[in-house]
Each structure stands twice: as structure tokens, then as C-alpha cells.
Design a protein around this ligand. Structure first.
Ligand SMILES: Cc1ncc(COP(=O)(O)O)c(C=O)c1O
Length: 402
């Protein structure tokens, strides 16, 4: 059966991680892997999460199954976190949530529901998008297309081109949108653009699938969910995937959820019953531990307040690094404007240098970023900002001179 299988090379991010680990140079800087890092280069478990975890372990007397939709308290708390506690769709009882193994699981399950509801659906992804969107969404058999999104020249969104492309789509086409902190570009839609997009989506009868993996790491819990909340209030149907990997630091606990918003409660019940059926064919039941922790954090006033403070701290660190790196780059790279980095949100920015320059940075300066120049800003530290900016300046000057 397996004798003719070919060995495939490791995914670029994984080989980048391996090369970074093997590099003995003390100046090395890892801007590749998409995890938050603090000033010491660590990815800590937030104190509120640790405390909630200790409480989970202290009161847990059994590890029997929780159920195919996961922890009901977690699902409810996640819907309120994503949409806001008083959201019209929640009050009207037209939202259902199913716990999933991370945002990845939610994306895949959402794709399965779309495929079941309408087998020849096409999902339209931004160009570029997070590389994992492709296997997660096409894995269920859906076709994928791209719509224009990022403008490398300005570091912003090509909104007019995006709108022009989406205007051409047939009814029921699926549009995958990043709620905030767009991965890999860091360039987000403004509130005015979300509003304009809403009228287009309504007019063309498109189905939005909103991926919210970084709530709280862009501008605020509320601002980062602006588009999702607007769409959920105004549209009869949408899907959204949420993740607790980054904002709760729960990466390996595989904690996330899929939300489905329908026109009426009865349709939402039917959609949830189908999601449960589909999940049984994928992972049967989601893992409990991370969801139990998040439930603990979100439903205890003191823990929630502490978590919010820690989340504010993470966001402030990223925003501070963005401003500071722009300032240093301006000193070391005259003639090149990196100001867009300070306008971007979340952990990532598409740095905008060539693959050859990315490789040169890696080989000569021990600075690791993905070949397309996506950099994880949170991988920088106050102490290596200067080294980073000087190294970029050297590589750009060298390349320009050749
Ligand atoms: C855009 C986007 N969506 C979803 C995810 C899902 O993450 P997880 O499966 O760890 O929750 C990520 C993680 O990097 C992401 O960047």
C-alpha cells in the first residue's frame, strides 16, 4: 500500500524553524513562526490562564466524554466574546457554536458544512492569505479562487480591486475574510470598508466566512471584531471561526470554535445538528482541556480582568515594536519607506523585500523570516531592534549595489 509513497519536503515554516534552532550564532532572530513572544523571546502561558488551569485540574474528577459539540459553557462564552454579549443575533437566538480543535478545526468544519449544503461552492480567498487556508478549505473538496487584497506598493489593501472582483461573484459564493490582523500582510479593512463590503455582500448574496484568530491583538477586543459583529447583525447567514491559540496562549491545547449565524432559530438548530454529524466523522469529540480553561477565565470576573490586562500588554508590546522598528529602519534604510509597518495590525507584516534579500538576511545576518518576507513582529525585542534594522540596511544597500 505505501511502498510507492514519495517523501515530501518539510513545509517551509517547519524547515525554517529547524534551521533557526540549528544556527549557533547568538545574534540570531526568529521572525518566522507565528507565535507571540515576550521581551525575553518566550511564549508564556498568561497568568490568568495558568490560574484557571489549576482550578480545572483541582475540580476535575473524571475525564469522561464531554459531548460532540464540546463544552456548552465555553461555546456560550466564546459566542459572547466574539459577538459582544448583547448582540442582536444572540438575543434573537440565531447563532450556534460548536467547539473545535483550534481555529484550524473550525475552518475545516465550516468547509465541510458548506460542501454538504452546496457541493459545488467556491471559496474566495484573499491574495495573499495564510498558507494553511488552502489545505484546510480545499481538503473538504471545495474549489478555491483568489480575490485581490494586498497592495505591496502602499502596504495597504487594494480595496477598489477587491470590491470589483467580488462584484462579479455569483450568489452563494463564499468569501473568506480575516476579521483583523490579516495573516500574512497585517493590512486590515477599515470600518468604512467593512460597511461598504456589507452592502456588496448583501446585494450579491454572498456567504461570508470570517476567520478571527487574533481577537484582542490588533486594536481591542471590540474593534478587532467590528466586521464580524456588523455582518452578523445585518446578514441572514454567515460562518465564523475563532481561535484561542494566540489571545489565550493555548496553542497546543487546540482550542477554538465555529459559529454559524442563521436567519432563524430553527435553521440554526438544523445547522448545528449537521455540524455535530460532520464533526463526528472528523474528530468525533473536541479536546476538553483548553476549552475548560477558557471557560474558567471568561466566567470569573477577576480572572477575566487579569486576562484582559495581559492581553492589553501583549498588544501594547506589538504596537510599540511596530513604531520603534519603523523609526530604526528609517535611520538605516534611507530612501525606503517602511512606515506601513506601524499602520499594520497584529503580529505579522509583509516586509516587502525580495526572496533573495530574505535569504541573504538569513545566511549573513541570522535573521529568519518566511521567503515571501512575512515577518512576525513579536519576534523582535528591544535589544535586537537596532541589529535588525542595521542588518536590513546592509542587505538592501548590498543588493542595490549589485
Ligand atoms: C489566519 C489564521 N486563522 C486561523 C488560525 C488558527 O490557529 P489554531 O488552529 O491554532 O487555532 C491561525 C493561526 O496561525 C491563523 O493565522
Amino acid at each position: 500500500m505505501f511502498e510507492r509513497l514519495e517523501l515530501i519536503t518539510a513545509d517551509t515554516i517547519l524547515s525554517l524553524m529547524a534551521a533557526y534552532r540549528a544556527d549557533p550564532d547568538p545574534r540570531k532572530v526568529d521572525l518566522g513562526i507565528g507565535v507571540y513572544r515576550n521581551e525575553h523571546g518566550e511564549t508564556p502561558v498568561p497568568a490568568a490562564v495558568r490560574e484557571a488551569e489549576a482550578a480545572v485540574l483541582a475540580r476535575q474528577t473524571t475525564k469522561t466524554y464531554v459531548g460532540p459539540a464540546g463544552n456548552p459553557g465555553f461555546n456560550e462564552a466564546m459566542a459572547r466574546l466574539a459577538l459582544g454579549a448583547e448582540h442582536e443575533a444572540l438575543v434573537s437566538n440565531r447563532v450556534r457554536t460548536i467547539q473545535c480543535p483550534g481555529g484550524c478545526g473550525a475552518l475545516r468544519l465550516g468547509a465541510e458544512l458548506i460542501r454538504y449544503a452546496s457541493a459545488d461552492s467556491v471559496v474566495h480567498l484573499s491574495d495573499p492569505t495564510w498558507v494553511n487556508h488552502v489545505p484546510l478549505l480545499s481538503g473538504s473538496g471545495l474549489k478555491l479562487e483568489r480575490y485581490p487584497y494586498y497592495d505591496a506598493a502602499s502596504g495597504g489593501v487594494r480595496f477598489a480591486a477587491m470590491v470589483a472582483a467580488l462584484e462579479q461573484l455569483p450568489p452563494r459564493a463564499v468569501v473568506l475574510l480575516h476579521a483583523s490582523c490579516h495573516n500574512p500582510t497585517g493590512a486590515d479593512l477599515s470600518q468604512a470598508e467593512w460597511r461598504e463590503l456589507l452592502s456588496l455582500v448583501k446585494r450579491r448574496q454572498l456567504l461570508p466566512f470570517i476567520d478571527m484568530a487574533y481577537q484582542g491583538l490588533g486594536e481591542s477586543l471590540e474593534a478587532d471584531a467590528f466586521g464580524l459583529r456588523l455582518f452578523a447583525a445585518e446578514l441572514p447567514e454567515l460562518l465564523y471561526a475563532v481561535s484561542c491559540s494566540k489571545n489565550f496562549g493555548l496553542y497546543r491545547e487546540r482550542t477554538g470554535a465555529l459559529g454559524v449565524v442563521c436567519e432563524r432559530a430553527a435553521q440554526a438548530d438544523a445547522a448545528l445538528s449537521q455540524l455535530v454529524r460532520l464533526a463526528r466523522g472528523l474528530w468525533s469529540m473536541p479536546p476538553d482541556h483548553g476549552a475548560a480553561i477558557v471557560h474558567g477565565v471568561l466566567t470569573d470576573a477577576a480572572l477575566r480582568a487579569r486576562w484582559l490586562e495581559e492581553l492589553d500588554g501583549m498588544r501594547a508590546r506589538i504596537q510599540g515594536l511596530r513604531r520603534e522598528v519603523v523609526r530604526r529602519l528609517a535611520e538605516h534604510c534611507p530612501g525606503r519607506d517602511f512606515g506601513f509597518i506601524a499602520r499594520h495590525h497584529g503580529m505579522f507584516s509583509l516586509f516587502g523585500i525580495s526572496t533573495a534579500q530574505v535569504r541573504e538576511l538569513r545566511a549573513q545576518q541570522h535573521i529568519y523570516m518566511v521567503d515571501d518576507s512575512r515577518m512576525n513582529v513579536a519576534g523582535l525585542r528591544r535589544e535586537n531592534l537596532e541589529y535588525f534594522a542595521r542588518s536590513v540596511g546592509a542587505v538592501l544597500a548590498g543588493s542595490a549595489g549589485r
